[in-house]
Design a protein around this ligand. Sequence first.
Ligand SMILES: [Cu+2]
Length: 193
Amino acid sequence: MIAEPRTRHSLPIPGWTVLLIAVAALVMATAALTAIVAGSGPFGVMGGRPGSMMGGGPYGAASSSGMMRGLGTGSAAQPGSGGFVAGSVASPRMIRVYAGPGHAFSPSSISVARGETVTFVVTTMGPTAHEFMVGPADAVASDTPGTPEVADIEMMQAKSLTYTFDGPGPYGFACHAAGHYEAEMRGTIVLVS
Ligand SMILES: [Cu+2]
């Protein structure tokens, strides 16, 4: 009974403080949210390709630490240019490929150094599941059994495939999900010596 009036009397000051903190927190949260949206938008910092939109998703699915290492070198020099570091069996170079939306790969042309080992991390961007096959161009074109492939890559899922380009070439990649290759879902590997 004695404490009650005191509590009532002191309420207005903490009340204002709480309100101010709440407003400040709201402003900060809004700013943070805006920054996140801007930074991870479809055409954000990750090379300006779709898929950066949900950058955390695909790579969350990737299991090896090598891929995470590869992410840091995503903007590294391309084969044939100064500062380029070819992938090796011990440390493959990571190349991200987006399958879809639609029957297309992005990029559709990929440069690799002759002899290097590349880990392709393939992410499906639309509701349709895709496959990714890479190897000698004729084997890829004819869907030859035994040609390296990852299949059933579902929407926003990433699957990886490591390949060493130590043959004479030419090389290519393609999706052989029913009807996709016929719809031009294929790409070119440019061998750089
Ligand atoms: Cu496909």
